[in-house]
Design a protein around this ligand. Structure first.
Ligand code: NAD
Length: 262
């Protein structure tokens, strides 16, 4: 059964075939959505365009989400191409590499500003820009991580940004609710992507994750894609403002099974 037939979806944040945005795009495609893709800028064009071509996607637009102007331009183009929009996926985050190691209190003012701007405010601004195009029943979603709630070594300013992103999800769910539009976040477990590679100690943490998570299974971009289809579809029609975990159950554990007691 195809769950997204007749729905127009825009996915922001495709960098390469490891991107969560790509897992979501493929899952949306399998479920019959009409898809548009956006990538960060010319450097990523050579990766984004062939991936889009492989699924027959012809709306592929560059957009640096730190620019209100570029966001407005993509919204204009989307209006001309799709008319109305049913689904927006925000799979974007950025922090300077040197902010993702060492103590959090060393975060620079500019590093803090940039992480919040690109990883949090961009979701707010995209929602603002696309609001006039959103159909009743539309679904907006973003990607977050457990480091928003608990301290994850080296995640630092990105953890603080994800906390703000989750709060933004709730505020926007309240704003959009009366229009029948839903806003949710997917909290994904660790996946080896370009963004994750920037987090100090990610590889070691990724290895330990499987031992601690109840399901003892790694998270894939396909796993996240499946949950994104659920959130985009009418199956989740009465779910808004939520953070949905795709983490093999990791977040429910207080003390790991193999806790060393000697
Ligand atoms: P990724 O590197 O493939 O995707 C991050 C995207 O953000 C890239 O496409 C990059 O171009 C884009 N981006 C950065 N700055 C931008 C800008 N100024 N304008 C437009 N786009 C910009 O990595 P990913 O892991 O797929 O990340 C997608 C989302 O998932 C992020 O929000 C990330 O924090 C979140 N997430 C990732 C993991 C993980 O372990 N990989 C876990 C939980 C949540």
């Amino acid at each position: 059964m195809k769950l997204l037939e007749g729905k127009n979806a825009l996915v922001f944040g495709l960098a390469n075939k490891r991107s969560i945005a790509w897992g979501i795009t493929q899952a949306f495609h399998e479920h019959g959505a009409n898809i548009g893709i956006s990538y960060a800028g010319e450097v990523l064009k050579k990766r984004a365009v062939p991936l889009a071509d492989s699924l027959g996607i012809d709306f592929v637009e560059s957009c640096d989400v730190s620019s209100d102007e570029q966001i407005a331009q993509v919204a204009e183009k989307a209006k001309a191409h799709f008319g109305e929009i049913d689904i927006i996926v925000h799979a974007i985050a950025f922090a300077n590499r040197d902010e993702l190691t060492g103590p959090y209190y060393d975060t620079s003012r500019e590093g803090f500003r940039m992480a919040m701007d690109i990883s949090v405010y961009s979701f707010v601004r995209l929602s603002h820009a696309f609001q006039p195009l959103l159909r009743k029943g539309a679904s907006l979603m973003t990607l977050t991580y457990y480091g928003a709630e608990k301290v994850v070594p080296s995640y630092n300013v990105m953890g603080v940004a994800k906390a703000a992103l989750e709060a933004s999800t709730r505020y926007m769910a309240r704003d959009f609710g009366p229009q029948g539009i839903r806003v949710n976040a997917i909290s994904a477990g660790p996946i080896r992507t370009l963004a994750a590679a920037g987090v100090g100690g990610f590889k070691a943490m990724h290895r330990k994750f499987v031992d601690m998570a109840p399901l003892r299974q790694e998270i894939t971009i396909e796993d996240v894609g499946g949950t994104a289809v659920y959130l985009a579809s009418d199956l989740s029609a009465k779910t808004t403002g939520e953070v949905i975990y795709v983490d093999s159950g990791y977040n429910i554990i207080g003390i790991p099974e193999n806790f060393d007691d000697d």
